[in-house]
Design a protein around this ligand. Sequence first.
Ligand code: EPU
Length: 415
Amino acid sequence: MNEAIRIRGGKPLNGEVRISSSKNAAVAILPAVVMASEIVKLYDVPNIEDIKALIKLLSKLGVGVVENGDSLVIDPTSIANVDLVDETVGRLRASYYFMGALLGRFKHVRMLMPGGCNLGPRPIDLHLKGFEKLGASIVIKEGIIDISAKELVGNDIYLDIASVGATINIMLAATFAKGRTVIQNAAKEPEIIDLSSMLNKMGAKVRGAGTSEITIDGVSRLKGCLHDIIPDRIEAGTYIIAAAMMGEHVRINNVIPQHIESLLLKLEEMGVDLETGSDFVDVYSSKTIRAVDIKTQPFPGFATDLQQPLTALMAIAKGDSKVTETIYSERFKHCHELNKMGADIKVLPAGKSLIHGVESLKGSEVTATDLRCGAALVIAGLAAEGETIIHDAYHIYRGYDSIVNKLRALGADID
Ligand code: EPU
């Protein structure tokens, strides 16, 4: 597949853009719906390729998904727990949430191992350790994982790393376990809070999401619910960075500013002129962008998913910036692509990059090697002199709803 995005850089951005619902919340919430015994209605689900892939997997399971205005009506009442072994599973990371959800509901799941962006090694040992602690047995053979349990029984589970995926997967399976599960060193990301609030509307008993200790008291049935997914903090951050790069005055709407505080504070350090409202951020044109250092951390630290987009802005900042990536030590493929556009970035061993700010970037042919690399290249392309062609743009469409139309509406020359 080689879809490309073309940008003719140098056009100022003006106006308003509305942020879509959170990809990383939605990709957990859709698989969670298989645990319900009634219809679930989700509002404002983002129109992105990862969601289309999950809908495909839901329909394989016999779950009906119908679009109704701004909502998706999902009917799991005729679900059949078939093996999920087609290539769609391998295309996205979040397919692994079917493990926790189906294991919880049916005490058995058989599926292909998950795929997703190539950011270096992405093991799922903590997810599996959690399932085992709840009483499941696991067999992996020729890329297919089979997880089963006679019954699931609540337990205390300590995560060696505060993993988003493992926290969510254990929360899902434990919802149908007998008794109490306590997850220690749980991840605290807002998407986990959103999932837990939906599960609780359905009748689950999840307490403590958003803290490092989550308690789940098992239930035997979940009902339907209506749920509005939280706005996407990474999409919001991406547009804020794009506006910092090329904006005259851009208002980014449908944002929860508390979810992106670490980014907003870093941008202020860089000299970006911004104002925060209750659910929007205004970005004005800045005279000088200064270099800054960042270190990625689990929430509320600086998000790894914004490290790549921010590197595009650092590329034209005054001075030397340093990135320390502590979540995915190989998440630096965007640097080589940005260098093709005239950036001066050195990738160092042990998850670090050094960015020496240059006067300007030049349009070039580059490749989106992963989703957030693609976002970084779009931001760079908006500022670059001349034409930028971004190959493999399908990575970008996995996570950014209508990105071409949204940027065009702000004045970008993009198609
Ligand atoms: N890890 C393990 N073992 C595990 C699980 C994780 O060693 O069993 C390690 C990972 O290799 C990584 C660290 O723990 O070094 C954190 O990984 P985590 O499990 O938190 O990440 P994830 O659940 O796989 C989600 C998002 C990512 C985002 C990370 C970190 C989804 C579908 N993906 O991934 O989003 O970068 O959390 O916030 O929610 C993206 O949207 O571009 C993206 C990659």
